[in-house]
Design a protein around this ligand. Structure first.
Ligand code: ZN
Length: 261
């Protein structure tokens, strides 16, 4: 009953703590664990009430990230020996804490959060890939992290325990151990986006995205293109272009996982 009550109060926090403690105090890996298929967790940004960025033609970020996420899952399952778990496979709210907890609960090998960018300036364009930093690279990335993190305002009302200081320290520790690998993963993904999309290459950046903070594996956040740019909105909304974005991320993942041996 105690466990049940804990799970009811803070399911994401409980799972995250259990996963992090398990990582910090590693036991002998069982034969079953060795044989098990490793998991890649794909996180289509936003969902439900959190629509994310909006385009002039009415497209919303949550729909585009889900479409790309579903295509990426299918692509990985077709040709890679990995199981894929989506943090959401339909239009529902998922808290930022739960997204990270899903990765940790599945002992994910890699975590990829998919987003589409939004800017006040309609001319802002291009693709960029982020890994975690507690400080933003510049004012622009600070603003973007603020916008993307803003969805936690909704979630903090649902799960106030996630704001606990100890939790935050544990969550920060989770991703900090993987920063170097996350940076390499970001380089590979961004290289492939640049090769495949024909967009301005905004490069690899660091920003304090909350969704990456609690993830205990290499983790990146992709801003595929700008929904606030009408040209890029039309691309983002097209099935063929979504397939290209998924293919680019797939190739980046493949290169990263091969490089790990
Ligand atoms: Zn987003």
């Amino acid at each position: 009953m105690k466990t049940l009550r804990l799970m009811r109060l803070a399911p994401a926090a409980a799972i995250a703590v259990a996963a992090i403690v398990a990582l910090l105090v590693p036991g002998p890996a069982s034969a079953a664990q060795d044989r098990a298929l490793q998991t890649i967790v794909i996180d289509p940004g936003h969902g439900g009430l959190e629509v994310g960025a909006k385009g002039r033609f009415g497209n919303v970020e949550k729909d585009i990230t889900l479409a790309i996420g579903l295509k990426l899952k299918a692509r990985i399952e077709k040709d890679m020996g990995y199981e894929v778990v989506l943090t959401r496979d339909r239009d529902i709210d998922v808290s930022i804490e739960n997204r990270a907890a899903i990765a940790n609960n599945h002992k994910a090998a890699v975590f990829v959060s998919i987003h589409a960018n939004g800017a006040i300036q309609k001319k802002a364009e291009g693709s960029e890939t982020f890994f975690l930093s507690l400080n933003a690279t510049d004012e622009e990335t600070r603003r973007l992290a603020y916008l993307e993190n803003n969805s936690t305002e909704l979630q903090s009302r649902i799960d106030p325990s996630s704001e606990d200081d100890l939790m935050m320290i544990l969550w920060d520790m989770a991703q900090n151990a993987y920063i170097k690998e996350s940076s390499r993963l970001a380089e590979f993904v961004q290289m492939e986006l640049d090769a495949m999309l024909g967009l301005r290459n905004r490069g690899v950046k660091q920003a304090p995205f909350k969704v990456l903070r609690g993830v205990a594996c290499p983790a990146v956040l992709v801003e595929a293109a700008f929904l606030s740019n009408p040209d890029e909105e039309q691309k983002l909304a097209s099935d063929a272009y979504q397939t290209r974005i998924a293919e680019a991320i797939y190739r980046g993942l493949t290169r990263f996982l091969r490089s790990r041996g």
